[in-house]
Design a protein around this ligand. Sequence first.
Ligand code: DAH
Length: 357
Amino acid sequence: MTTDALRGETLASIDAAQTPEALEAVRVAALGKSGSISQLMKGLGGLAPDERLKVAPVYQALREEVSAALEAKKTELGKAALSARLASERQDLSLPSSPLLSGTVHPISQVMDELSEIFADLGFAVAEGPEIESDWHNFTALNIPPEHPARAMHDTFYATPAEGGERMVLRTHTSPVQIRTMMAGKPPFRIIAPGRVYRSDSDATHTPMFHQVEGLVIDRGIHLGHLKWTLETFVKAFFEVDDVTLRLRPSFFPFTEPSVEVDVGCSWEGGTLKVGGTSSWLEILGSGMVHPKVIANCGLDPNEWQGFAFGCGIDRLAMLKYGMTDLRAFFDADLRWLKHFGFASLDVPTLSAGVGA
Ligand code: DAH
């Protein structure tokens, strides 16, 4: 190869190198120990003196030119690598320091937090139970024996019984948590149990899964007056209205005696129902004094321990408080609805700041 051709080829390879590794390979091929230009230089020793005098400066110049080109390319690649790194590690220093909030707290979760906050202030703990519940906890222990007509009202989802085993159900109410609480500890008890419940029912006002909160107080000398005061205190705190009238109507539940249904006084304001006043009544919960048989079923002496219980639909509470009209919207996962009715994730309800967030 002529010196000119070698020069052209080497400079072109330098120009084409895209990475420091490729450039180093070109350097080794030209200027390394057995590189093409180094071989030329080595060959000088074997030439006749006048020939050597002629070509030595040419080879020398070639070596210098290639070294300079390698150096220039190295600097160029280094700069490009630095800019790429700076671009990839770029930080926008103008971003806000507070977390970027996306997503909101679902109104049902919000209301559950509000209930926990209100009842915690009254000395209630939050209790839990399984959603796949035994028939005994969901019905029998609550004084609803097999064949009791109340079972028919619950539209229960039954699981296929295991061989020789108990038949499990999707709990139809949060009341079995009363049983689990009384059996697991020692009285006195003061708990609420918010959670999911299931019934085979679906229309504009019923969904197969919905939410309830159960309340249970067991102590000595508990009477209906305690129940009424507790519910009034709760309703005032929850709806943030002082002018609240409750109406207790006699009713029947197998697990309470006496049993009452509780209505809250409401009034219509511009087409929506508002809590307060007494021009209209809305049923919000069922309650009563825990039936002595239920207390005995949990291994406690009903002559020593009495109490009250209540059960309330959370979805309905949320609708009434936040002015929602269709129950099904809770479960549609429509982002526009969630953004409109949702709550900021860091806005934890507190009594001091107002539980309504
Ligand atoms: N478990 C009842 C239901 O789902 C509601 C209820 C009524 C719960 C009275 C209670 C109670 O604890 O005392 O319809």
